[in-house]
Design a protein around this ligand. Structure first.
Ligand SMILES: Cc1cc2nc3c(=O)[nH]c(=O)nc-3n(C[C@H](O)[C@H](O)[C@H](O)COP(=O)(O)O)c2cc1C
Length: 172
């Protein structure tokens, strides 16, 4: 099985997850950013990692997604919101919808990722009546996100992708 890990990462969170997944994949698996990655055509399995930018996958990942056809795909995503939130589910599902039905998504992994402090500062600068003003709830979410990805996230990501070569037909 020829596999490729393609990831986009602005501040390093998704890159950490990508490296953990890559280490769990068969020897010879490629690792690249969406701009340098080879065409997906020559591969059996594409692990695609993106970060959430305003409710969607980041722009570079969206560009690469357009090239993926008739492949088995594993998606991994990092975001500031909680992984079990409606927002997270919506983001993952909208990316999945871009790939299916012409591809089959056989793995999904989501974890929180530290939010760029510049963005936190921007929220803090908004007046209290602004829809994105810094509330206690938002501050707590940013503080929780700042702890991720942690060792547990990396181990879970690796475990999610480690059986691709031996059981490619068995989605989990
Ligand atoms: C410009 C910008 C927009 C973002 N938009 C969202 C968003 O809509 N929802 C969310 O949950 N997190 C959002 N985040 C948080 C990032 O998705 C999160 O910190 C992610 O882990 C960053 O990944 P990276 O370190 O690989 O770049 C945003 C961050 C930035 C900088």
């Amino acid at each position: 099985m020829k596999a490729l890990v393609v990831y986009s990462s602005r501040t390093g969170n998704t890159e950490k997850i990508a490296r953990a997944i890559h280490a769990a994949m068969p020897r010879g698996t490629g690792l690249a950013g969406p701009r340098d990655a080879p065409d997906p055509e020559g591969f059996d399995f594409i692990a695609l990692g993106f970060w959430v930018d305003k409710g969607n996958a980041d722009a570079q990942s969206l560009e690469y997604i357009k090239k993926i056809r008739e492949k088995k795909v594993g998606l991994f995503m990092t975001l500031g919101a909680r992984p079990d939130s409606e927002h997270a589910k919506k983001c993952m599902n909208s990316v999945k919808a871009l790939l299916e039905p012409r591809n089959t998504v056989i793995r999904e992994f989501v974890c929180q990722g530290k939010i760029d402090p510049a963005l936190t500062k921007m929220f803090e600068s908004f007046p209290a009546d602004h829809p994105h003003a810094m509330t206690d709830e938002r501050r707590a979410r940013h503080e929780e996100a700042a702890k991720h990805p942690d060792e547990n996230d990396l181990a879970r990501a690796a475990a999610c992708f480690e059986n691709i070569a031996v059981e490619p037909e068995n989605p989990r």
